[in-house]
Structures are given as structure tokens and as C-alpha cells.
Design a protein around this ligand. Structure first.
Ligand code: DOR
Ligand code: ZN
Ligand code: ZN
Length: 352
């Protein structure tokens, strides 16, 4: 691999910027600085805030809070709940997708009731993706519903071989289905979970080496469409508390880890660009950011939490040797990162 490489600005379809309501973990400023430092010029924010993004007012509040404070471009996903169905048409022009939580995780958006799920899938506009947090067998239900109601389905954080099999079968059956995998599932396993304790706790949990091998194969051969960070920061105090919350940060470590895979011959650079830019753009209908690019350098170093921009200040990849560092980020012709300092804020709210 050449020493210096130019990439398109990366796009992350799945981040938790935590504002409003959990700004001890992250906020629009620190989260989008972390994005830029990680080579991401555009991120899509999830709705599972303490006051969830399930009403036009909550969505507007996010847009108002983000304005003038974001370093990368930001778009939003809306949250599914029995109370939010009534607003689907009203807000659909302002968001990139609908997030449906079909398993228990951080936040209060769990939906298990079949009747409400049917109402959600049947009401959501068919030109925008339904993103599901659906682990293992739950994914079967999501695929069944998307097929029944003709939805465009996006499967978040695939972590198991059996989920890949379900996605492949759904593709063969002609369902409009896309999926993402995270770097924590690609680079860590349940063996690391023992060492990491609460810092390796997330949903879906770290899986076995066999599952991880299946994820890599699916990434390489094209069953998986995207890499998402699922950047889900929590404070050290929360992680070290009685009941540690699920989630790990990822915006600043994803590209270094993927470049390491390229350097090791596990992934081609062409595929890296498809997974982190071309495919998310196509599937979420994201417009080109003009004069926007990232320069990276393939030098070896060890990941450490000291110079991270994320407010949480830690990474589950601490101590890992990587080859690949972000040297420069340019957003719409302006240098926003020089390898050390962030400049801005020059981010725009998308569809807001
Ligand atoms: O580990 C996770 N953390 N999984 C999720 O689904 C939610 C996320 C969070 O918001 O912390
Ligand atoms: Zn999730
Ligand atoms: Zn998430």
C-alpha cells in the first residue's frame, strides 16, 4: 500500500452523539470533532436519547441544538414507537431513516409488540430505510415485516453468522436489504470481552471467532454493504459503576483499523471506499459533499486514548497496533483537520 492515500470523506450511518440529555458522554461539538479526526465528514445520529427523537418537537430540538456547533455534516434518524407513528409523514422529509429497536439496549425504545411493529413497518414511507436493531432470531421477524409491507430494510451491526445467512437468503428473495458491521465486531471477540470487562460491553455483544470469520468473509465478498462505527460513548464512571451501560466509542478508531486490514491484505482499498462512502451514500440517498476528502498515511503506531476528541476519553482498542493515521481532512474546500487540530465548525445539518 502506498504511504500517502487520498480517500473520499467517510460517511457513518450510525452514531450516537448523545445530545440532548446525555452530554456527560458526548455532545454535538465533541462528537463531530471525533468524527472529523477519524476521517468522517458526515454522520447520521440515532434517536435513543433520554428524551427520544420520536416527535417533531424532539427532532427540531436536536436540529436547533446542532446548528452552528457541528464540525462534520450531521443528519438524523427518527425513532419508532407506538407514539411516533402519527408523525411519520410529517417528519419524513427531515430524516434519513427510521430506527426500530427490536431488542433491549441503551434507551427506552424497545418494541416487541407484533401489532405495533406491523403499524410501524406499514406506515413508514417506502422510499426511506427502516433500520433495525435485531439480534439473532429477531432479525427473522424484521425481514418478515419488511417483506410483508415492502420496506427498504437496513440491518444494523450484524454480529453473527446466522444473521448473515438470513440476509443472504433475503437478498436472494429480492428484498431490498442492506447491512452494516462494526469494527468492534470485526476486530474483537468474546475472548477480548473477558479482558475488557465493562469496556467491552455493547449490544449486540462481542461474538465468537467463528462468527467474526463469517463477518470478514461477508465484508470482503459484498454481503455486508457498510462499516458503521456505532459510536456509542459512555463515561468511565458509568462503565465502572454498578450497572455499566452498553456501548463503545468508535469514530476515531474505525479508519485506522480498516487501513490496517488493507495493509495486512485482508481488505482492498477499493472495498474500503465502497463500505465507508459509496454504499452509505447510495443507500441513504446522501448527496456528494463537493471538494471533500481525507488524506491518510500508512505508518504504524499503537492506539491510545490520550489524544482522542470524544468526550468519553477511552477506547476498547487501547494498546492495539495499527497502520494508518488520518493526516488531513478537507470539507467543502476548507481544511478542517491537520492531523492534530480541528478547525471550524463548518458542518451542515442535512435536510434540517
Ligand atoms: O451497545 C450499544 N450501545 N448498542 C446499542 O444498540 C445502543 C448503544 C447506545 O446507545 O449506547
Ligand atoms: Zn443498536
Ligand atoms: Zn447504535
Amino acid at each position: 500500500m502506498q504511504n500517502k492515500i487520498k480517500l473520499p470523506g467517510l460517511i457513518d450511518p450510525h452514531v450516537h452523539l448523545r445530545e440532548p440529555g446525555a452530554t456527560q458522554k458526548e455532545d454535538f461539538e465533541t462528537g463531530t470533532k471525533a468524527a472529523i479526526a477519524g476521517g468522517y465528514t458526515l454522520v447520521l445520529d440515532m434517536p435513543n436519547n433520554p428524551i427520544p427523537t420520536i416527535s417533531p418537537q424532539a427532532l427540531q430540538e436536536k436540529i436547533d441544538l446542532a446548528r452552528g456547533r457541528i464540525y462534520a455534516d450531521v443528519g438524523f434518524h427518527f425513532g419508532a414507537s407506538s407514539k411516533s407513528i402519527q408523525y411519520f409523514n410529517e417528519i419524513s422529509g427531515k430524516v434519513f431513516g427510521l430506527k426500530v429497536y427490536m431488542n433491549q439496549t441503551t434507551g427506552d425504545l424497545l418494541m416487541e409488540d407484533d401489532q405495533t411493529l406491523e403499524a410501524v413497518f406499514s406506515t413508514w414511507p417506502k422510499n426511506l430505510p427502516v433500520l433495525v436493531h435485531a439480534e439473532g432470531d429477531t432479525l427473522q421477524k424484521a425481514i418478515f415485516l419488511a417483506k410483508k409491507f415492502g420496506n427498504q430494510l437496513h440491518v444494523c451491526h450484524v454480529s453473527l453468522r446466522k444473521e448473515i445467512e438470513l440476509i443472504k437468503a433475503a437478498k436472494r428473495n429480492g428484498l431490498q436489504i442492506s447491512s452494516e458491521v462494526t469494527c468492534h465486531h470485526l476486530f474483537l471477540t468474546n475472548e477480548d470481552a473477558k479482558r475488557l470487562g465493562a469496556y467491552g460491553l455493547m449490544k449486540p455483544p462481542l461474538s465468537s471467532k467463528e462468527d467474526q470469520d463469517a463477518l470478514w468473509q461477508a465484508v470482503v465478498e459484498g454481503t455486508i454493504d457498510m462499516i458503521a462505527s456505532d459510536h456509542a460513548p459512555h463515561t468511565r464512571a458509568e462503565k465502572e459503576g454498578e450497572k455499566p451501560p452498553y456501548g463503545v466509542p468508535g469514530l476515531e478508531t474505525t479508519l485506522p483499523l480498516l487501513l490496517t486490514a488493507v495493509n495486512d491484505g485482508r481488505l482492498t482499498l477499493e472495498r474500503l471506499i465502497e463500505l465507508t462512502s459509496t454504499n452509505p451514500k447510495r443507500i441513504f440517498g446522501i448527496l456528494q459533499q463537493p471538494e471533500t476528502f481525507v488524506e491518510v498515511e500508512t505508518i504504524p503506531y499503537t492506539l491510545n486514548p490520550n489524544n482522542l476528541f470524544t468526550k468519553c476519553g477511552w477506547t476498547p482498542f487501547v494498546g492495539m497496533k495499527v497502520t494508518g493515521r488520518v493526516k488531513k481532512v478537507v470539507l467543502r474546500g476548507k481544511m478542517v483537520y491537520d492531523g492534530q487540530n480541528i478547525f471550524g465548525p463548518y458542518g451542515q445539518i442535512l435536510k434540517g
